[in-house]
Design a binder for this molecule. Sequence first.
Ligand SMILES: [Zn+2]
Length: 199
Amino acid sequence: MAKQAAPLQQLIDQFSRFSGVGRKNATRMAYQVMGMTDAEADALADAIRAAHRRLHRCKVCQDYTEEELCPICQSTKRDRSVICVVESPRDVTAFERTREYNGLYHVLHGLFSPMDGIGADQLCIRELLARLQDGTVKEVIMATSPTVEGDVTATYLARLIKPLGIKTTRLAYGLPVGGSLEYADGTTLYRALSGRGEM
Ligand SMILES: [Zn+2]
């Protein structure tokens, strides 16, 4: 079998880094890029570069934003007494789609996963605790996925937060067990949120 040209090989290696993308799909994606016009390929490369250079984590909630604070943290219309704790920025988008939640968020950027070596230090927990010190927050909703990692993370956080005299709640799960929040439809997510129970 003839070896692929080095630049093509590099492109396949880069696409292989995406989770869920195997060698075969990475190869398919690389050939799709080769089928693009120069302008299309440039636009793709520019979009990746711009997202990386211009976006960073919001100083407060850790979601991605172009400014120092994200629009939700900046808003005067949001209820500042509630924080919804989620695994990833994708989950913020999912909750915002329901249009029913008016509180704030906190993005952990991961869940506990001892097998992958992910513990408290790799998650944005310190940043969350810092937000709970001034007495504004009355409730923290644990909106991590209904998976083992999601449950362990929620239980760990609840143990840290309860002693601060703040109510800790967990989403009610009509959500598919083992499923990811981002795939739940708006109605399911809204029900999970409004049926939440104290931990
Ligand atoms: Zn923010």
